[in-house]
Design a protein around this ligand. Structure first.
Ligand code: SAM
Ligand code: SF4
Length: 326
């Protein structure tokens, strides 16, 4: 699959639900979003059909995300269906890990290879305030331990940096990469309709974060763990893991974008932001061919996102990243 700018697209992020058991301050409003109805959401069979069609067109990697993908029942069943699709050689999961421990082994056996875990503070009270849910840190840590125990690799820990909320924990997060093979990535907060103020006032660039870290210890640039993504990596001396930065705002990486997104209600989105999307659900449910719709979406994939600090311009009316899978 080659888009209108010559970029090869071989990676699909599949949002399996728009719902979540947390309400991270930078992601979702406290009251949640206007949830999709059950009949609007694609079934696992419908998702697998989209993956099968796209795999014949060149899709190689799939990430399951949400909302929180683990709030959907028996996610391992979907993982196994995707793992059975010829041509798909990499399945990953993005999760807040709160519900991970009991299902980690089933997911691994079903064919999920690797995992990104969101964790925004290593201090229990703060983690609860950021996630707006009690007991968050303990449960995430149990999930993280389970993920390591059953052999997901690599495991990346995503930290959305926010000034005054967690930016004094840079060194603690880097330490997390020292004794265990965890790849910590600091992410620049992106503006949406529900976080404009926070994303402007709390913005910390990853350049600043890495500069502050290098004052503490010697960070050496290294080749990062395998993945599809846009991250720069560094290693602390002797560390088993790495520290990285994802910089959608300060240095966009749209030029090498290799992905499309499928929302929980079956919209194929060529870019995380902006209003362009192609509904696949009706075609799926009426048996109409998907290939022309996918080809057209690929053709109109925008060159880059147009996000602007402190503004919803460019977000395409997106209330929260939980609506598209981030
Ligand atoms: N619930 C899962 C999780 O938290 O990993 C998957 C969905 S979440 C939308 C995917 C990723 O997007 C997470 O790493 C989250 O921290 C990140 N994210 C959400 N809103 C964001 C924002 N406004 N700016 C930057 N990253 C954001
Ligand atoms: Fe839920 Fe993930 Fe958004 Fe947090 S970042 S509210 S865990 S979807």
């Amino acid at each position: 699959m080659i888009d209108g700018f010559g970029r090869r697209v071989e990676y699909l992020r599949v949002s399996v639900t728009d719902k979540c058991n947390l309400r991270c301050v930078y992601c979702m409003p406290e009251e949640g979003t206007a949830w999709l109805r059950r009949d609007e959401i694609l079934s696992y069979e419908e998702i697998a059909t989209v993956v099968r069609v796209m795999a014949r067109m060149g899709l190689r990697r799939v990430r399951l995300t949400g909302g929180e993908p683990l709030v959907r029942k028996d996610l391992d069943r979907l993982a196994a269906m995707i793992a059975a699709v010829g041509g798909i050689d990499d399945i990953s999961l993005s999760t807040n890990a709160v519900l991970l421990a009991p299902i980690a082994e089933r997911l691994r056996r079903a064919g999920v290879d690797r995992m990104n875990i969101s964790l925004d503070s290593l201090r229990p009270e703060r983690a609860d305030v950021i996630a707006r849910r009690p007991g968050t840190l303990r449960r995430v840590m149990e999930g993280l331990d389970a993920a390591l125990a059953v052999g997901f690799a690599p495991i990346k820990v995503n930290v959305v940096l926010m000034r005054g909320w967690n930016d004094d924990e840079l060194a603690d997060f880097a330490e997390l990469s020292r004794d265990r093979p965890l790849h910590v990535r600091f992410i620049e907060v992106m503006p949406t309709e529900s976080n404009v103020r926070l994303s402007a006032d709390g913005f910390v660039s990853c350049d600043e974060a890495l500069a502050r870290l290098s004052d503490l210890d010697e960070l050496k640039p290294v080749v990062g763990p395998p993945g599809n993504g846009p991250a720069t990596y560094y290693r602390l001396p002797g560390a088993l893991g790495t520290v990285g930065a994802i910089t959608p705002m300060s240095h966009n990486y749209c030029g090498s974008c290799n992905r499309m997104r499928l929302t929980a209600d079956g919209q194929l989105r060529p870019c995380l932001f902006g209003a362009i999307q192609t509904p696949l659900r009706d075609a799926l449910r009426s048996g109409r061919p998907l290939v022309p719709l996918i080809e057209e979406t690929l053709r109109i994939k925008p060159e880059r996102h147009h996000l602007v600090h402190g503004s919803t311009v460019g977000s395409g009316g997106l209330v929260a990243l939980s609506q598209t899978g981030g």
